[in-house]
Design a protein. Structure first.
Lengths: 114, 113
């Protein structure tokens, strides 16, 4: 286990379809974060899990977005009824409870809604 | 909305020169972190400086933090072509007892061979 894994790397979907992304954090990390990044911008916080509990959701996360982290291991981010404005890079990061360093990010899932 | 603002938005220098990027933020922080992102990839953590620290070094990187001015700088010395990337500062704030990172818009650095 050398890092945070995200799948798929790329996803092209038609407007109105549902998509689901998966994030596998570093196994001993109990904290997991989802960020969204659009072209030329910095990542924006979406939601945060501590173990299996979802402790905060950003206002950016509309009702069409839902995230889960069953058993405090991997996490999924689902977008229902996708819109063109959902096109972005979706980044997952994890951090240990005793982390005194930065977050470890995955390579992201690039979503294109056509 | 993003808290940090990087300056400049883009920087182009010759290989071997030093590159300096600045970051300003608005609220109180526990720490400030710098990340690098190559095009189309995830972010890589470079360095973390705590709010009670003023300067930190890591290899060719030097970070300063001035909490009175709510600003930080990242200096990359003796730049290399491989340093070409976007650099983001991120401020750490407490969220439900854990940290939440808020990113700036980044500085796009180009190192010309």
């Amino acid at each position: 286990d050398t890092g945070v894994s995200q799948n798929p790397r790329h996803k092209i979907t038609k407007r109105g379809q549902n998509v689901t992304f998966r994030c596998d954090p570093i196994s001993e990390h109990n904290r997991l974060y989802w960020y969204r990044q659009t072209l030329g911008q910095g990542p924006e916080f979406l939601t945060y899990f501590q173990n299996e509990a979802q402790l905060e959701k950003s206002r950016l996360l509309s009702d069409r977005f839902s995230a889960e982290r069953p058993k405090g291991s991997f996490s999924t981010l689902e977008i229902q009824r996708t819109e063109q404005g959902d096109s972005a890079m979706y980044l997952c990061a994890s951090r240990s409870r005793q982390g005194r360093s930065g977050y470890t990010f995955g390579s992201g899932t690039r979503l294109t809604v056509v | 909305s993003q808290q940090g603002e990087e300056d400049p938005q883009a920087l182009s220098i010759q290989e071997g020169e030093n590159a300096t990027m600045n970051c300003s933020y608005k609220t109180s922080i526990n720490n400030l972190q710098w990340y690098r992102q190559n095009s189309g990839r995830g972010l890589v953590h470079l360095i973390l400086i705590r709010s009670n620290e003023r300067e930190k070094h890591s290899g060719r990187l030097r970070v300063t933090l001035d909490t009175s001015k709510k600003s930080s700088s990242l200096l990359i010395t003796a730049s290399r072509a491989a340093d070409t990337a976007s650099y983001f500062c991120a401020t750490g704030a407490l969220l439900q007892g854990a940290q939440k990172l808020v990113f700036g818009q980044g500085t796009r650095l180009t190192i010309n061979p």
